[in-house]
Ligand binder design. Structure first.
Ligand code: ASP
Length: 340
């Protein structure tokens, strides 16, 4: 029988209401069958494990990403797929980070969670969990996993993890993949989009867990006083900056801002330009207001989400040993996170 490991990190999905206090508490995930007896009817052998102290995903740090990735590395030969239950708030960050930390997967790592706790009658958590397990266990006619990458399953859609973003704090349809099609849609049957699925040339996964946290995320806005952000452009502290710019990668022609960026890049800092728009990407040089970025060596993040850009920067800075290498790798698609 196909074997899937379900790892509970925390978040709303694993909560039930204490009947006395009325408060939401995490339940012991090893007793998940009591709460979702339907799992017994899936033709899948399910093991469960849980973070010692399940956390709200706002508390997630790169240390937790490493813990999760280590757990998958250690058990990789024992399971056909993984389901990671995670709070929705930062799920796309964790899924993006894991896609870089474990490349060349031959098995699925499916993230899911829910907007309503599993112990609430109208919960979306049951469907999300059951279908995520089905996807994690799904094989093609050659006996190979259909999904061989990190993905997010939520409200009937499967998205590439590093293309996903949380877009709603209250709707069941909480995630979107703004610049890449869904990998699968669950209706009466689960319809896989075969042409969109990632396939690796590597026979085994490549694990790389060194991440740099010397990164910043800066969103520009009209009238921005760059002096306030001076500290960010200090290379001793910040090795790389994800800059969220207007439209197709544009910024005001503010001399003080340009000078600060130029000096930072000259000193060896890396600036990665992504758009603030919810769809589309960066085309540096399309307008006068982005040509300066080409001149000083700001790197285009093309159509990456902020979650993918930031975690890729952490990964690349943690992995590469020279600025030239960082610039090369950050501009190269690694695992389907950006358009070629
Ligand atoms: N605050 C929660 C979290 O992200 C929300 C959720 O689980 O959906 O952990």
């Amino acid at each position: 029988m196909t074997k899937v490991l379900v790892i509970y990190t925390g978040g709303t999905i694993g909560m039930i209401k204490d009947p006395e206090s009325g408060l939401l508490n995490s339940f012991d995930f090893n007793s998940v069958y009591e709460h979702i007896p339907e799992l017994n009817r899936l033709n899948v052998e399910i093991d469960t494990m849980s973070f010692k102290k399940p956390i709200d995903s706002s508390e997630i740090t790169p240390k937790h990403w490493v813990e999760l990735a280590e757990c998958i590395k250690k058990s990789y030969s024992a399971y056909d797929g993984y389901v990671v239950l995670h709070g929705t708030d930062t799920m796309s960050f964790t899924a993006s980070a894991l896609s870089f930390m474990i490349q060349g997967l031959q098995k699925p790592i499916i993230f899911t969670g829910s907007q309503l706790p599993i112990g609430v009658i109208r919960t979306d958590g049951k469907e999300n969990l059951i279908t995520a397990i089905e996807i994690a266990a799904a094989k093609d006619s050659n006996g190979e996993s259909i999904v061989q990458e990190v993905a997010v399953y939520f409200e009937y859609s499967l998205y590439r993890g590093n293309r996903s973003s949380k877009v709603s704090s209250h709707q069941f349809e909480a995630f979107k993949s703004p610049n890449y099609p869904e990998l699968a849609v669950a209706g009466v049957n689960i319809k896989y989009k075969w042409n969109s699925l990632l396939r690796s040339q590597h026979p085994e996964p490549i694990y790389q867990f060194d991440l740099s946290t010397s990164v910043a995320l800066l969103k520009i806005f009209p009238g921005m006083d760059i002096e306030i952000y001076k500290g960010i452009f200090n290379l001793a502290q910040t090795k790389g900056i994800v800059l969220e710019t207007f439209g197709s990668g544009n910024a005001p022609s503010n001399i003080a801002m340009q000078k600060m960026m130029e000096q930072y890049v000259e000193a060896g800092g890396v600036i990665l330009n992504i758009t603030q728009c919810s769809t589309g990407g960066v085309k540096q040089g399309a307008y006068q207001t982005s040509s300066f970025f080409n001149k000083i060596g700001v790197i285009s993040g093309v159509d990456m989400t902020a979650e993918a850009a930031l975690t890729k920067l952490m990964f690349v800075l943690g992995t590469c040993t020279s600025v030239a290498e960082v610039k090369e790798l950050i501009s190269t698609p690694i695992c389907g996170e950006m358009e070629r």
